[in-house]
Design a protein around this ligand. Structure first.
Ligand code: TXA
Ligand code: MG
Length: 314
């Protein structure tokens, strides 16, 4: 059910859950100060209780009510990248609900770059919001993805197609060294330029399970098995029961199951989850993706590669 910004704010204030657009993916939002409302998000998504939620804010005053924003790097990063696709993990204030942080002593904050959602949050206050997909489905990048996953009774603010298409960069500022827990559109290099300091990248051999609870859950895998193309030469044969995604090679065919991003990795990232959902709707058996050559350079690439790698079948 599509609702406008005013209705969405009213619903959130009265303890309901509403799907809101952001520049990355749609979020499933509830009043961050209402434990019953936030519990509804976990129930709707069937999300494990030990996977914490990002709190979305509309200004830094709201951030101060939730986290210790005296951190030396916080203002620099917020100034440079908010509103935008960067989530900052900070020591939390006592009033932040345990259900949001899954009992951690930190809270993840983000100011999304979407005018409709910023209006809702200004009006209704900070909202806890994970991606608005049922757990185990790809993040939604269009309003119809949200209604595909949930009952049509769920209120959705229509913000059109998301411009980035993959989830925000998550940067943990709560330890000694700033650490990227999840790569996104904002790169390590961009962050290092602003803070004049090196950042770490979380990896499975580090203490990842403690630091980045979300990464312990198996990422969405389409029903189709995702494979790297083994010989991505200009194929003549494209099976009709599979989806083929190219980005450097131009296939000599015009079939709607053969997609070519022609070096436009921003467009590839924007379309990835939409293509996965399309392949599932068409009951594709495989999704073949052209491997990324080592020489490929694009700021979105680390994040795109991360999402593709996590969906590839072994
Ligand atoms: O772009 C995005 O970030 C989207 C839009 C809706 O804002 N949201 C999103 O939320 O991707 P979600 O819940 O699907 O992913 C949030 C990630 C999870 O991996 C979670 O574990 C991590 O952020 N996270 C949340 N709070 C945390 C905390 N206190 N410490 C470490 N990681 C945290
Ligand atoms: Mg998610």
């Amino acid at each position: 059910m599509i609702v406008d910004v005013i209705k969405a704010s009213e619903l959130i204030r009265s303890g309901e859950v509403v799907a809101l657009p952001t520049e990355t993916v749609y979020g499933l939002a509830a009043d961050a100060s209402d434990v019953v409302a936030v519990q509804k998000i976990f129930d709707l998504k069937q999300r494990p209780a030990d996977n914490p939620l990002i709190v979305h804010i509309a200004n830094t005053l709201q951030a101060e009510t939730l986290a210790n924003t005296n951190h030396a790097l916080f203002l620099k990063l917020a100034d440079a990248f908010w509103p935008g696709p960067l989530t900052l993990v900070l020591p939390k204030k006592p009033q932040v609900l345990d259900i949001i942080t899954a009992g951690l002593d930190t809270v993840a904050l983000r100011m999304p770059d979407h005018p409709k959602t910023l209006s809702v949050i200004k009006e209704a206050g900070p909202v806890a919001a994970p991606s608005a997909n049922r757990s185990g489905r790809p993040s939604p990048t269009r309003p119809e993805h949200v209604t595909d996953d949930f009952n049509d009774d769920l209120p959705v603010v229509d913000g059109g197609a998301c411009t980035i298409g993959i989830e925000s960069t998550v940067l943990d500022l709560s330890g000694d060294v700033p650490t990227i827990l999840r790569p996104g559109k904002i790169t390590a290099e961009e962050i290092e330029d602003i803070i004049s300091k090196k950042v770490l990248h979380d990896s499975p051999d580090k203490d990842q399970l403690r630091r980045s609870p979300g990464t312990r859950y198996s990422h969405y895998k389409p029903a189709a098995s995702v494979k790297w193309m083994s010989s991505p030469v200009k194929r003549k044969l494209h099976r009709s029961d599979s989806l083929y995604i190219y980005h450097t090679i131009t296939p000599n065919v015009s079939q709607d199951n053969v997609v070519n991003f022609d070096g436009n990795y921003e467009e590839f990232a924007r379309s990835l989850y939409d293509l996965y959902r399309m392949a599932d709707k068409k009951h594709c058996s495989h999704i073949f993706i052209e491997p990324f050559p080592k020489t490929t350079r694009s700021p979105i690439l680390p994040a795109l590669l991360n999402r593709v790698q996590r969906s590839v079948s072994q």
